[in-house]
Design a protein around this ligand. Sequence first.
Ligand SMILES: Cc1cc2nc3c(=O)[nH]c(=O)nc-3n(C[C@H](O)[C@H](O)[C@H](O)COP(=O)(O)OP(=O)(O)OC[C@H]3O[C@@H](n4cnc5c(N)ncnc54)[C@H](O)[C@@H]3O)c2cc1C
Length: 402
Amino acid sequence: MANSPAATTAAAAAAAAPKRVVICGGGVIGACTAYYLSTHPITPTVPILIEKSSSPACAASGKAGGFLALDWCDSTPPLSSLARASFALHRRLADALDGASAYGFRPVHTLSVLVPSNPNPTASAAASPPILPEWVDPSASAAPPRELGTPETTAQVHPGLFTKSVLAASGAEVVLRGEVERVVVGEDGRVAGVGVKGRDGVVDADAVVLALGPWSGKFEMMREVFDVSGLKAHSIVLRPPEPEKITPHALFLSYQPEPGAKMLDPEVYPRPTGEVYICGMTKDEEVPDDPETITGEPESIAMLHKIAGRVSSQLRKEEGAEVVAEQACYLPCTDDGLPVIGEMPGVKGCYVATGHNCWGILNAPATGAALAELILDGEAKIVDLAPFSPARFLKKRKKRGV
Ligand SMILES: Cc1cc2nc3c(=O)[nH]c(=O)nc-3n(C[C@H](O)[C@H](O)[C@H](O)COP(=O)(O)OP(=O)(O)OC[C@H]3O[C@@H](n4cnc5c(N)ncnc54)[C@H](O)[C@@H]3O)c2cc1C
């Protein structure tokens, strides 16, 4: 009996697909790649994931805001496709994995709020613009807030719970406290596996994915082709005394601590857990080797508390807000502002996914889905990966004579 063309194509894809995939890095990008490899419709492939620290999502993927936006990347066309595809996949993932209860997925209202340097003590709730949620103090807004997003266009997840949920759903074998030191390449120029610090031998692989976030800049194989730097950012998590009063409104603030001072742009994300997350205060700083030693600068943390207190009495420590976390982490940044997603030039079977900057939680699903297609089908269909190819840096380096 003759096979149908579809069955023949599926059989060919199954025969050609790599059998053993090793993902390096247990952040949101590594976790989503694991998920889409293991749920591939023709050749589901459960990978091994090797993470340097003692837990997945130990860095930015656990300490981010978790804000998602459909159209905020539209001014950068390649990123717009990635973001729009990812926003749709976040909705599908939330349905498949019960995201609302597993990791706090929910649509949100999003406002831009200009916080005055000196609050007006006579500001009254009666004069407060109707768009301002009741838990935000009337004195916190120097001008009527602007609506930046609606529940149709903006949403949120708890980033750490999201990362852990998709990784668990992938069924990946997770190796913790494993620092990948090098990619082993065979004489045929194909990837053969990875070497892990302090462990004998090689972890064999037909395909390797490097998803090291800001640590990509420290990994020699990637450093030879492109730069990834880390931008340190701070955050605090508070539990207000009356969490039931806090509505799902994400706030993008503009705040000048005093006349002439630099304008700050912190962000406030209430979570369905009853907690409120506030982030901001960035600083260019070398990424430390060990992700678990990263701590926040006291003055940046103090400024976030000051801003939180200006926004709402619910967020003032002296009025009963409990401090759940004071932390910092690093955004992975590339020279041209675009992520790097694709096969490493000259090393067959070695893939990279990094440099997602301030949109890694949003863009992880389409990044992982596209990589899974590239690895298992030989071609990414969900988004065009050409603008994200690591090879783009070779051309730029050649031009500069590097
Ligand atoms: C304060 C802040 C707020 C943010 N808010 C948002 C937001 O609201 N929405 C949004 O979309 N994005 C947000 N982001 C951005 C987002 O957090 C990042 O883009 C994303 O988490 C990057 O994920 P990653 O997996 O590439 O890197 P990471 O999360 O840094 O993960 C990399 C992992 O690789 C591991 N690793 C490193 N070296 C090795 C090695 N040699 N071997 C094995 N493992 C290794 C690390 O331990 C780490 O676990 C925010 C970021 C910050 C800092």
